[in-house]
Design a protein around this ligand. Structure first.
Ligand SMILES: Nc1ncnc2c1ncn2[C@@H]1O[C@H](COP(=O)(O)OP(=O)(O)OP(=O)(O)O)[C@@H](O)[C@H]1O
Length: 468
């Protein structure tokens, strides 16, 4: 048993639901090694039957990576913990390497978890990492403080696996002390010392004389920003539930009262989330440009012409905005749509739809199909305007929806024929489809309901571990 402050592991893990097991992401550094030992200690005491898998990713970027991974294997073997080393074998980009490595790391961790039927991944991010992240984002003057909330205690990856960070309130020094007392060594990553990088520079500043104070301030700031972000998200979610509808696939209607509802900050936030979702963009549109759009929508947007009021039109985040008396309508703009592509299981189409193939579908039939936008001609056949929605907008929205094609022939939208039923195009909430921080669960859930995306898996908190 580990010699720690009596209830440290109880405090760190008691809220997490381990019913379906856990993957621990262990690099071999001090933080994740301590995470693994504390977690093992906790599970042994409270739920020894829990499936625990430690995973080390070998990015193949440093000569020592393989031996560090083997050292983790040794620690695991001594303690009877299942361990796997996974190599990042894909091509390495010449720029943006850290981001690509991170992307590959999460993908491999999620695949390992999914392969074992585990929906929970634990990482060793600490209070020090959190303070560094907040200071870096502050230095970049992140818009409206959203990013200053830092890392969330849990983040949903690929709308599927929860990444949980139980050590976010624990300092690295505490973890290292635990390892020293247990006589367990760890690897030092030389890039952490390399002051050519921003994070090590900030880390060094936090280690200086007044570092403790700076760290405390950064963490307090993150706490306040997180509360504010959640609160704003709740208000945006309420607006989306109250004012937004989907009169046709790919077409969102906002009641004109949406923009005059009084909570301007939440309206702009909701608008940004909806624009990114409709456009299939993984990040929210720029705050300033979104505010300009909001001002136009709130003003008198319709131009008087000799033929009556003309709709106001704008484009932001690949989304065409069309405001008229019947409402504010959002749809994917018709430019830069993806070219025809084969139907591949789990592929993301245009950032907007997850492709899923039915189990019963015949591989040869699938291979003969491609996915491309429905197009204007076919859309005209499908467009049944409902609820007074302008038919031209329904047609324009359907024209950019994914459809199945064989040769030059359109087989229609998913589900419209026997062949088409083999392929489903599941809507996704684009800005949160890859990473959904728990701060943003409310607005993401409201948008998921609106567009017909599956609900996000339940947050793995709020329950005592099985057996306790
Ligand atoms: N090679 C690896 N194998 C397994 N897990 C890893 C690896 N590298 C990092 N991790 C996990 O990620 C946590 C954070 O690591 P680190 O701070 O080095 O990464 P980061 O790039 O800052 O993280 P992120 O970008 O994911 O926020 C570690 O405590 C560990 O749980």
């Amino acid at each position: 048993m580990l010699q720690t402050e009596p209830d440290l592991s109880e405090r760190l893990f008691f809220e997490i639901d381990f019913t379906n097991g856990a993957v621990a992401a262990v690099s071999g550094g001090s933080d994740s090694t301590a995470l693994l030992l504390l977690l093992k200690d906790h599970l042994d005491r409270t739920a020894p039957a829990t499936k625990l898998l430690a995973v080390t990713i070998d990015h193949g970027l440093r000569p020592d990576a393989a031996s560090e991974a083997r050292a983790v294997a040794g620690v695991c073997a001594e303690r009877g913990i299942a361990h796997r080393i996974l190599a990042w074998s894909g091509p390495k980009p010449s720029s943006g390497l850290p981001a690509a490595a991170r992307e590959a790391r999460y993908r491999l961790l999620a695949e390992a978890a999914e392969g074992e039927g585990i929906g929970l991944i634990l990482t060793g991010h600490t209070a020090d990492d959190q303070a560094e992240t907040v200071l870096m984002r502050q230095a970049r003057d992140e818009q409206e403080g959203r990013g200053v909330a830092g890392m969330a205690p849990a983040t949903l990856y690929d709308w599927q696996s929860w990444i949980v960070r139980p050590l976010l309130d624990t300092q690295r020094a505490t973890l290292r002390e635990i390892l020293r007392r247990a006589s367990v060594g760890w690897a030092e990553d030389p890039t952490n010392e390399d002051d050519a990088f921003e994070r090590p520079r900030i880390r060094a500043a936090l280690a200086a004389a007044d570092g403790g104070q700076r760290m405390g301030n950064a963490l307090a700031l993150a706490g306040r920003a997180a509360t504010e972000r959640e609160e704003l998200g709740r208000r945006a979610a309420a607006l989306i539930r109250g004012y937004a509808s989907q009169p046709a696939d790919g077409l969102i209607r906002l009641d004109p009262d949406f923009v005059t509802s009084g909570d301007d900050r939440a309206v702009v936030y909701a608008l940004r989330i909806l624009l990114a979702t409709v456009g299939g963009v993984g990040f929210l549109p720029d705050q300033a440009r979104s505010e300009v759009l909001f001002d136009r929508l709130r003003g008198e947007p319709f131009r008087a012409t000799p033929f009556g009021a003309a709709p106001f039109r704008a484009t932001l985040s690949r989304t065409a905005v069309d405001a008229r008396r019947a409402g504010i309508f959002l749809r994917r703009e018709a430019r830069n749509l993806p070219p025809a592509a084969p139907a591949e299981e789990n592929a993301l189409w245009d950032g907007r739809r997850r492709i899923t193939l039915s189990d019963k579908s015949d591989a040869l039939v699938i291979a003969s199909l491609s996915i491309a936008p429905l197009g204007v001609a076919s859309a005209a056949k499908h467009a049944n305007a409902r609820d007074g929605t302008p038919p031209n907008l329904v047609r324009a929205a359907l024209a950019v929806e994914p459809a199945l094609w064989r040769g030059g022939k359109c087989l229609g939208l998913s589900g419209n024929s026997q062949v088409a039923a083999a392929v489903a195009f599941q809507p996704v909430v684009a800005p949160f489809a890859r990473f959904l921080p728990s701060f943003d669960l409310e607005p993401a859930g409201a948008v998921a309901e609106l567009v017909g995306a599956p609900p996000a898996p339940v947050l793995p908190f709020g329950r005592r571990s099985a057996g306790s």
